[in-house]
Design a protein around this ligand. Structure first.
Ligand code: CAA
Length: 263
């Protein structure tokens, strides 16, 4: 692939958008390659993914403005669908995805980070949905995910004004989970990913599905979704071993890390 790299660090996969000259802007080729990279993840091995951008300046500076500049209405809609299909794939990917936001996360960059489960950013990160300044709406899910992640009022303010915000404000409004220095970004993302990867994989996947699916529906249906997924964890080797370990009277054994199995 020309613009996307994939590497594996123990049980964590790292997908990097590598189009530094254009600040990692998302053109059709990048979107296709990202989709291919996610399809290629070996889910029997990998338990958590990190998505980041190449270089020190930008995570993703948005959808490619050059490519969008001459689109017709129907081509614009199709381009939106291409991004939305990919971002939905990321959002519903069976294992957690952490966005390590290393600089600009504007337009499609903010949007792709919001399709991830967790966002950690460097202190030089800048978030924003500048689309109305370009004569368009956010097109890769920004109107929907920002309103759900922060609040409808805050999302409307950011989108209508097209104002960019720095890392500390993104943290204050709940858009990012954690802000660290640029040097600490990947170590911190890897540390969090390793912590997730150390937990029971079936249970972690079930948690992601329960939270995602539950948020799409009312509470009565949502708790049934949880019940089913909770039930699905029982009789698994991990559940049996982990609970037996806890119940073990021997304190030494009780504190031992449970050797969770692969899927
Ligand atoms: N699309 C295409 N190319 C982009 C780009 C984008 N979104 N963002 C940056 N680039 C390119 C620039 O054209 C430039 O290329 P050249 O060297 O060939 O001229 C290169 O990246 C470096 O950019 P700048 O010289 O502009 O760098 P800077 O440090 O002066 O500014 C910036 C950085 C503030 C991020 C600025 O590049 C910028 O404002 N970029 C556009 C941000 C934006 O509006 N994003 C939203 C796009 S719309 C969208 O995403 C729609 C959607 O929801 C689907």
């Amino acid at each position: 692939m020309e613009f996307v790299t994939y590497e594996v660090n123990d049980r964590v996969g790292i997908i990097t958008i590598n189009r530094e000259k254009a600040l990692n802007a998302l053109n059709s080729q990048v979107l296709d390659e990202l989709s291919e990279a996610f399809d290629g993840v070996d889910l029997s091995e990998i338990r958590c993914l990190i998505l980041t951008g190449a270089g020190e300046k930008s995570f993703v500076a948005g959808a490619d403005i050059g490519e969008m500049s001459n689109l017709s209405k129907s081509e614009g809609e199709a381009f939106g669908k291409k991004g939305n299909d990919l971002f939905r794939k990321i959002e519903t990917f069976p294992i957690p995805v952490i966005a390590a936001v290393n600089g600009f996360a504007l337009g499609g960059g903010c949007e792709i980070s919001m399709s991830c489960d967790i966002r950690i950013c460097s202190d030089n990160a800048v978030f924003g949905q500048p689309e109305v300044g370009l004569g368009i709406t956010p097109g890769f899910g920004g109107t929907q995910r920002l309103a759900r992640l922060v609040s409808p009022g805050m999302a409307k303010q950011l989108i209508y004004t097209a104002r960019n915000i720095k890392a500390d404000e993104a943290y204050r409004i709940g858009l990012v989970n954690k802000v660290v220095s640029a040097e600490e970004l990947m170590p911190e993302a890897l540390k969090m990913a390793a912590g997730i990867a150390a937990n029971a994989p079936i249970a972690v996947r079930a948690c992601k599905k329960a939270i995602n699916d539950g948020l799409q529906t009312d509470m009565d249906k949502a708790i049934v979704i949880e019940e089913k997924l909770f039930g699905s964890c029982f009789e698994t080797e991990d559940q049996k071993a982990a609970m037996a370990n806890f119940l073990e009277k021997d304190k030494e054994k009780k504190l031992k890390v449970v050797p969770f199995k692969n899927m």
